[in-house]
Design a binder for this molecule. Structure first.
Ligand SMILES: NC(=O)c1ccc[n+]([C@@H]2O[C@H](COP(=O)([O-])OP(=O)(O)OC[C@H]3O[C@@H](n4cnc5c(N)ncnc54)[C@H](O)[C@@H]3O)[C@@H](O)[C@H]2O)c1
Length: 280
């Protein structure tokens, strides 16, 4: 995908691996100016190994100081902020009956408070800059389903979607567009996959409408679109990037059945159908 993002100043949080890492590379390829942030210093250094032009910030988005430091770095490094991609998140899975309040609070601190703090700090900087801007938050297909093991994660991502709608309305007068990307299963799991995760994914993948996980690049393409002028009339939207998994599952057998009640609709012959009462 090619959009005109040259010289746009872009913050990407969660840049130490996965989708965030791919986003750093993609925005640099579009000649944007990138601030890459993460709490994982070594992963971030790996992402930026051959990219001396990227400003790296080691920070925790769930703290006021951390989120402000990331936004400050864009102003100090490049003089302004155009796009803020709030991709950093945590997704531990635990049975509801085993979930602890501590884990619940950590998930909400990163996924909800982090998204709020980053959105607020970025919006304030964009308003000072008087050039409008784009804020792109992240959700998950898990927010729409009752995914077992995802009580904290799925509900925190649903909260992100609603938060983003509020932000879209409040920031619209400043021409700051706020949208949410909601990925389905994306191929960012650790290699080798832990055993239980592997078994769960092996069972799930064939049920996905496209019967494959998405590639990180397929999420990145939508983020580039939302950062570009091509999406100038979109705000408050949730973009599902999930190969259709939020709207249904791949059928396990034949789609057509032989229900004789609808022979009058389908025109199928009832004579050989044992369920139809035959007239003499
Ligand atoms: N991979 C998937 O299957 C999938 C599915 C649905 C939604 N998503 C969403 O897509 C986004 C990217 O997913 P991913 O698989 O690349 O994630 P990931 O877990 O691979 O990477 C997340 C990054 O965020 C960083 N991070 C976590 N907490 C942080 C904090 N407090 N401060 C700063 N950085 C922090 C981590 O260090 C990591 O580098 C996430 O928002 C996730 O919720 C992913």
């Amino acid at each position: 995908m090619i959009y005109d993002l040259e010289n746009k100043v872009v913050i990407i949080s969660g840049a130490a691996r996965g989708v965030g890492r791919e986003m750093v590379l993609a925005f640099i390829a579009q000649r944007a100016k990138v601030v890459a942030a993460d709490r994982d210093a070594s992963g971030l250094a790996e992402t930026c190994a051959n990219l001396p032009q990227v400003v790296q910030v080691i920070a925790d988005v769930s703290t006021v100081e951390g989120s402000q430091a990331i936004v400050n770095a864009s102003i100090q490094g490049f003089g302004r902020l155009d796009v803020c991609v709030n991709n950093a998140a945590v997704a531990p899975h635990t049975a509801l009956l085993d979930e602890t309040a501590e884990v619940w609070d950590k998930v909400y601190a990163v996924n909800c408070r982090g998204t709020f703090l980053m959105t607020q700090a970025a919006a304030r900087a964009m308003i000072v800059g008087k050039r409008g801007g784009r804020i792109i938050n992240f959700s998950s297909g898990a927010s729409k389903r009752g995914s077992p093991g995802a009580a904290a994660y799925a509900s925190s991502r649903a909260a992100t979607e609603v938060f983003s709608r509020v932000a879209a309305i409040e920031l619209a007068p400043y021409n700051i567009l706020v949208n949410t990307v909601s990925p389905g299963l994306i191929d960012t799991q650790p290699i080798p996959r832990p055993a239980t995760m592997d078994a769960r994914l092996q069972a799930r993948i064939p049920t996905l409408p496209l019967a494959r996980p998405g590639k990180p690049q397929e999420v990145v393409d939508v983020v580039l679109f939302l950062a570009s002028d091509a999406s100038s009339y979109i705000t408050g939207a949730v973009m599902d990037v999930d190969g259709g998994s939020s709207i249904g599952a791949r059928a396990a057998g034949a789609v057509m059945d032989d229900d004789p009640r609808y022979n009058w609709v389908t025109g199928r012959d009832a004579r050989n159908n044992p369920y139809i009462e035959r007239k003499p």
